[in-house]
Design a binder for this molecule. Structure first.
Ligand SMILES: C[S@@+](CC[C@H](N)C(=O)[O-])C[C@H]1O[C@@H](n2cnc3c(N)ncnc32)[C@H](O)[C@@H]1O
Length: 195
């Protein structure tokens, strides 16, 4: 999935730019009742944003990397709006989105602001709105990185308070990052609906 250069996403963007949308997002879309507004949190090279636009959503893409803006300028759609911003600085509106997709993104937020960011994401959803995304587990190979956030199962469950959990899968595997570097992954895949 991710490049191991966590402050330079250029290689990752290049590799993922033309990838198909995330399987978790495709699955989550089945639970979205109204295809109105979506937010792609940590949108990267916009593979999922593009998919959401194609599915009729008005999409907000948020990412702290300027490279995201470069990709966004290539997509000629009035249904795409993009913001180069950290998650912590982004002003999430309340009760706005039918789906918030955060693919391999939130763990790159530091622990200091993680809970607040996630609370804001939840409150940005309309009632019945869907969150989908991954959290990284404490056994992940990157878990000694103090700029990132890792959770155990109970902590992820606690984050999802006020939501109906539709999918909760924990996975540990020895696999590779997007650029082929071997890595031990510890992941929680989540789809949840706001009450
Ligand atoms: C592993 S990439 C995932 C990108 C995309 N969601 C995908 O699945 O291909 C993580 C993305 O999160 C962005 N990112 C990391 N930390 C961030 C933060 N604190 N605020 C905003 N964006 C951040 C990076 O710039 C990068 O584009």
């Amino acid at each position: 999935m991710a490049s191991i250069k966590k402050n330079d996403w250029s290689e990752y963007f290049q590799i993922t730019k033309n990838n198909p949308p995330s399987k978790l997002l495709v699955k989550a879309l089945k639970y979205v009742v109204n295809k109105g507004k979506a937010i792609d949190v940590g949108a990267g090279a916009l593979k999922d944003t593009r998919f959401l636009v194609e599915n009729g959503f008005d999409v907000i893409a948020v990412d702290k990397s300027d490279l995201m803006a470069k990709e966004a300028k290539e997509i000629k759609s009035e249904n795409l709006h993009y913001f180069v911003s950290s998650f912590a600085d982004f002003e999430f509106p309340k009760n706005e989105y039918d789906i918030a997709s955060a693919m391999y993104a939130l763990p790159f937020n530091s622990p200091e602001s993680f809970d607040l960011v996630f609370t804001k994401i939840k409150s940005s959803l309309v009632k019945g709105g869907i969150f989908c995304g991954q959290f990284f587990g404490v056994h992940d190979a990157w878990s000694d990185d103090k700029m990132m956030t890792f959770h155990n199962k109970e902590q992820v469950e606690k984050l999802l308070s006020g939501m109906e959990v539709i999918l909760f899968d924990e996975e540990e595997k020895d696999d590779k990052t997007a650029n082929g570097t071997p890595k031990h992954w510890h992941l929680f895949y989540v789809i949840a609906k706001k009450f």
